[in-house]
Design a protein around this ligand. Structure first.
Ligand code: 0X9
Ligand code: ZN
Length: 423
């Protein structure tokens, strides 16, 4: 009895500590890269991913000979390594104290107004004030848009950029970022694109800004993003409670082949599909918003990190889109453009084969359910063999990342145009 009360008190105190603004700590947590070289080993890793409530898999386990990163708490390290050794599964230690890496990350959050917005990672409040300021600085050219509300009642704020230049009925391009909370480079890059469309003097970027209507939502999962700043840097999902666990993966919750493959029914899983399609208010409202634009938007883009991939549908089946030849063409020119500035190498292809099966994602929804024929997902820097947890991209790489992606977007949009999708 007294033990129970003691435990209860400890739990209350822990909860109180966290609500009082303390961050989850990962002292002595290790990050390993593991690699399964055959089907049996892969099945074992998959079982660990599905059943362990203490290991955090940062990549889905799906392919033989594909490295995945796993966060291992200190009290689990010896058992974890024993299982790998007994089963002859290769591994490599990439971070011996995750806490140290995360502290570096938290130190890269801008604490005061910097002269260069893209020299540090910004808070949600900063981004939202900035978006609002654009609407007043560029009246008529920038309009605030709202993709709906989050579970914690935040606005899913974005901008529509449609320059007053006499052109009527411009085709629309939709850009969504930040659906995964911890992938900080995604909103940072989306805001850079917004800025470039408004201020760049580069001729090709001006052309992009003047020819299209842009709908850009830098934070599709604002609650998650705030939570990564205040409490847990490694948070991915939304923040709606499900029993003793929180959140669903908002990139598994769209109403397209919901929870059929590459998603979990376990609320504690990183890829929990939710209790039903659209169970996450963020996805429900954002998909409704995308639906409302389906006759305008011809190209849908989603920013994630990491691994440097450019991906296209489908995620829910190995079947290729009927216009896969066009996808391949756009993919090829985009990759070439991305590599030009800094020699950065992207790879990719159809989601299912290039990375892993993943049903219920935003690009599949756009492609299969709205009639938007061109839908791409960028997995931004760093690349897959980056020596670390994959989220801690140094802030001095925000600009280069965004610059090369803007180069890629210029090429992508031009090719989509050449292929007639904007007609
Ligand atoms: O698993 C995912 O949702 C994406 N990878 S991530 O490491 N960022 O979590 C890939 C899914 C394919 N991308 C889209 N459908 N947008
Ligand atoms: Zn992601």
């Amino acid at each position: 009895m007294s033990l129970n009360i003691g435990l209860f008190l400890i739990l209350c105190l822990t909860a109180l500590a966290l609500t009082n603004g303390e961050r989850v700590r990962f002292d002595n947590y290790r990050v390993y890269e593991v690699n399964a070289s055959n089907r049996e080993k892969l099945a074992l890793l998959k079982q660990m991913e599905d059943t362990s409530d203490s290991l955090l898999f940062l990549d889905g386990v799906h392919k033989i000979n594909r490295t995945v990163k796993v966060v291992v708490p200190p009290h689990k390290v010896s058992d974890f390594l024993l299982v790998l050794d007994v089963n002859d599964i290769d591994y490599n230690l990439v971070e011996k104290d995750l806490q140290t890496a995360l502290e570096k990350d938290y130190n890269q959050i801008a604490t005061r107004a910097t002269t260069d917005q893209w020299s540090a990672y910004q808070t949600l409040d900063f981004h939202y004030s900035w978006l609002r300021s654009l609407a007043s600085s560029y009246p008529g050219n920038v309009t605030l848009i709202e993709g709906g509300k989050s579970y914690e009642k935040r606005s899913i704020l974005g901008v529509k950029i449609s320059l007053h230049n006499g052109k009527k009925q411009k085709p629309g391009i939709f850009l969504e970022a930040g659906i995964h909370a911890r992938e900080w480079i995604a909103p940072a890059t989306a805001t850079y694109v917004i800025d470039a469309l408004l201020t760049s003097t580069d001729e090709q970027v001006r052309e992009l800004a003047e020819t299209y209507e842009w709908y850009i939502i830098p934070h599709a999962n604002p609650d998650g993003y705030v939570y990564t700043h205040t409490t847990n840097r490694m948070w991915r999902k939304t923040r709606q409670p499900y029993g003793s666990c929180y959140g669903a993966d908002p990139n598994r919750n769209w109403n397209v082949s919901w929870n059929t493959v590459g998603a979990s029914s376990n609320p504690c899983s990183e890829t929990f599909a939710g209790s039903a399609a659209n169970s996450e208010i963020e996805v429900k409202s954002l998909s409704r918003y995308v639906d409302s634009l389906k006759s305008v938007v011809k190209l849908y883009i989603s920013f994630h990190s990491f691994s440097q991939y450019l991906l296209y549908p489908n995620g829910d089946t190995p079947e290729l889109p009927d216009n896969v030849k066009d996808y391949e063409q756009v993919y090829n020119v985009t990759l070439k453009a991305i590599s030009k500035r800094y020699d950065t190498v992207y790879t990719g292809g159809n989601i299912y084969d290039a990375i892993y099966p993943a049903a219920g994602s935003s690009v599949d929804y756009a492609y299969s359910k709205t009639g938007i024929r061109m839908a791409f997902c960028f997995e931004l820097r760093p690349n897959g063999s980056f020596n670390g947890n994959g989220m801690e991209l140094p802030a001095d790489q925000i600009r280069p990342t965004a610059e090369e992606i803007l180069d890629g977007l210029v090429a992508m949009v031009n090719e989509v145009k050449v292929l007639g999708y904007f007609d």
